[in-house]
Design a protein around this ligand. Structure first.
Ligand code: NI
Length: 269
C-alpha cells in the first residue's frame, strides 16, 4: 500500500524582464514535493525527510533561489519561466531522485498564495503527470438555509440556526481548477487575466456582498447550501466558458470553503 509524504520549501527568484501576463519582477515561491512509496520495514519510513530536503536543496532552492530565472538559469533560456514551466522544471529535476523505495508523485508550486500550479501522478508513477492550475477567490455573502420542499418545522429541525429567517453571513473562499497542457507559446495553461474577468462576471459580481436567497436569481428557489453553491458555480462557469477559446485547458474542479471547517469539492461528474 502506497504512503505519501509531503515536504515544502521556499525560494525567491526574479525575472530580468517581466512576462506579458506577470508584470511582477519576482516572487517568493512556495513549493511542495509529494513522495509516494512503501514503508520500509527497517526504518518505518518511506524515505528520510533529510533525503527529500537534500533533493530540494540540490535541485530546486539552490539552482533557483536568488536567481533571475530568465537570464541566470540555463533551463529557462528560451523557455518562459511561467509557474507552469517552473513546476515542470521541478518535476523533471526531482523525479527519479528518491531511490528505490520512493517516487515523485506530485509537485505543487505557489507563486502567490492565491495561485497553485501542480503536476501530479498520484495513482501511477509511470504515467505522465497531470498539469492543473488552481486560482483562489473570495467573496462575502449571506444566506438562509431553507428548502421549499420541506415544511417550516422540517427546515427548522434540519438546518437549526442556519434556518434563521433573516439569514447569516460567510466569507466564502472558492477555488477554480483547470487541467490540460500548457500552451508552448505562452507557457501557460490559460490566461489568468481572462479567467479573473470571467469569474468576476459569473461569480463575484452576482454574489459578493449579496443575500444569496434574496438578491440572486440562482438561489431564489434553490437552497443555498454549500453543495448547491459549489455546483452552481461549476454550472455557470461551464456555460460561460463555452464561448471562450481555452485551448488545451478544461475546467476540472470547483471547491468552496464556507468556513475554516467546511470544504466542498466538485468535479462535474
Ligand atoms: Ni451558513
Amino acid at each position: 500500500m502506497t504512503m505519501y509524504l509531503r515536504r515544502r520549501a521556499t525560494f525567491s527568484a526574479g525575472l530580468s524582464c517581466p512576462l506579458p501576463a506577470d508584470p511582477g519582477r519576482g516572487h517568493d515561491y512556495l513549493c511542495e514535493l509529494t513522495v509516494g512509496g512503501l514503508i520500509d520495514p527497517l526504518t518505518g519510513m518511506v524515505i528520510n525527510i533529510r533525503d527529500v530536503d537534500a533533493v530540494m536543496k540540490a535541485r530546486v532552492t539552490g539552482p533557483l533561489g536568488g536567481k533571475l530565472l530568465d537570464t541566470e538559469v540555463a533551463a529557462f533560456q528560451g523557455v518562459l519561466p511561467t509557474p507552469e514551466n517552473i513546476a515542470r522544471f521541478l518535476w523533471n529535476e526531482c523525479r527519479d531522485k528518491f531511490g528505490v523505495h520512493g517516487f515523485l508523485a506530485r509537485v505543487i508550486l505557489w507563486p502567490t498564495p492565491l495561485l497553485q500550479v501542480a503536476l501530479s501522478s498520484l495513482e501511477n508513477p509511470h504515467e505522465a503527470p497531470m498539469l492543473t492550475v488552481t486560482r483562489t477567490y473570495d467573496f462575502s455573502a449571506s444566506h438562509r438555509l431553507h428548502s421549499l420542499n420541506l415544511s417550516d418545522a422540517e427546515n427548522a429541525e434540519i438546518f437549526g440556526k442556519c434556518n434563521w429567517e433573516n439569514g447569516h453571513g460567510h466569507n466564502y473562499e472558492f477555488e477554480v481548477t483547470f487541467a490540460g497542457e500548457a500552451n508552448p507559446q505562452t507557457g501557460q495553461l490559460l490566461s489568468l487575466d481572462c479567467l479573473d474577468k470571467i469569474v468576476d462576471e459569473v461569480v463575484l459580481k452576482p454574489y459578493d456582498h449579496k443575500h444569496l436567497n434574496c438578491d440572486t436569481v440562482d438561489f431564489h428557489t434553490l437552497n443555498p447550501t454549500s453543495e448547491n453553491l459549489t455546483k452552481v458555480i461549476w454550472d455557470n462557469l461551464t456555460s460561460r466558458l463555452i464561448s471562450v477559446p481555452l485551448g488545451q485547458a478544461r475546467l476540472y474542479r470547483i471547491a468552496v470553503r464556507e468556513t475554516a471547517r467546511n470544504y466542498f469539492e466538485y468535479y462535474g461528474e
